[in-house]
Design a protein around this ligand. Structure first.
Ligand SMILES: [Zn+2]
Ligand SMILES: [Zn+2]
Length: 306
């Protein structure tokens, strides 16, 4: 598998002098598989705009484009680039767009096609000339052809969000964004009026089990792309429950799950290039010599062979 990062930011695109190096586009990953060069795209954040331009100037010159797009969830930062993906305006393009089942009365097709309404955009979804099929996923294991196996797992985010695990030729690439650690939501303060020891105990156990299931999902991955929006100081207590992780948690999970490379991803839009360099240096010093785990800070344009 060959992986390229087209967008690494969370929440909102943030171009500017402080994000030149690591990039300001929101999530979009390009994955290529084996000799057939099978194309899979994960998320359609603003990073899909430059990817689409590259596909038009390069791949499409050699023949029509066929691709699978896997949406982790439909928060804006993960879908907003879709109307700007040039191949959807080319009649020979064939796309399968997969995403989680979120609301019964609001299927994936409706959420995505709502982006192309006159309220927001000058072209209607019905006017697109590409052949686009929408498919909804829950937790599952799928054979998606060409020797690729896909496993999915719900993460911990305010909206149902899927992690994707691709297995190909004995190698594993896994995504774990947007997510934060599961936690006990019942009061743990014994003096508090609403303290219920039974509920508290059950809450602790449920969170422990769910966190364990996530580790099983990442287990032995060659590459784990993990949410890393915050530092520990930012996460506790003010941003707990917002659906994002801090880098210590990402690294700790990777160590526990015997992951070989963890890529810190979904950077906060306020995180500057300098701060991301400091984070990289800190991780290298802290973990460089003490384990086999390699910690990488995601950067636009970065490529990894899995
Ligand atoms: Zn996000
Ligand atoms: Zn989100």
């Amino acid at each position: 598998m060959k992986l390229r990062f087209w967008g690494v930011r969370g929440s909102i695109a943030c171009p500017g002098p402080n994000t030149v190096e690591f990039g300001g586009n929101t999530p979009c990953l390009e994955l290529r598989f084996g000799d057939k060069n099978r194309l899979i795209i994960i998320d359609t954040g603003t990073g899909i705009h430059p990817l689409g331009n590259r596909l038009v100037s390069d791949d499409i010159q050699a023949g029509p484009l066929t691709a699978d797009i896997f949406i982790t969830h439909t928060h804006w930062d993960h879908i907003i680039g879709f109307p700007f993906f040039k191949p959807i305006y080319i009649p020979e393009t064939k796309l399968k767009v997969y995403g989680p089942i979120t609301f019964e009365d609001d299927p994936l097709e409706k959420i995505m096609s709502d982006l192309l309404r006159y309220r927001y955009f000058p072209v209607l979804h019905g006017e697109l000339t590409a052949d686009i099929e929408y498919l909804q996923l829950g937790e599952c294991k799928l054979d998606i052809g060409d020797g690729i196996t896909l496993k999915t797992k719900y993460l911990n985010h305010p909206l149902l969000c899927l992690g994707y695990r691709f297995e190909f030729n004995g190698k594993v690439l896994c995504t774990a964004y947007d997510t934060e650690p599961f936690r006990n939501v019942f009061s743990t303060d014994k003096d508090a009026e609403d303290f219920d020891p039974v509920a508290c105990g059950e809450g602790e156990e449920a969170a422990r089990k769910e966190n364990e299931k996530l580790l099983d999902f990442y287990r032995d991955a060659d590459v784990l792309i993990h949410d890393c929006q915050y530092t520990k100081e930012e996460y506790f207590p003010s941003k707990t429950g917002w659906g994002h992780s801090f880098f210590e948690h990402a690294i700790d999970s990777a160590l526990k799950a015997n992951v070989k490379k963890v890529v810190l991803f979904h950077h906060d839009p306020l995180r500057t290039d300098q701060e991301l360099h400091e984070l990289e240096n800190h991780c290298r010093k802290q973990f460089g010599d003490r384990s086999d785990l390699k910690v990488i800070v995601a950067k636009e344009g970065m490529e990894i062979v899995v």
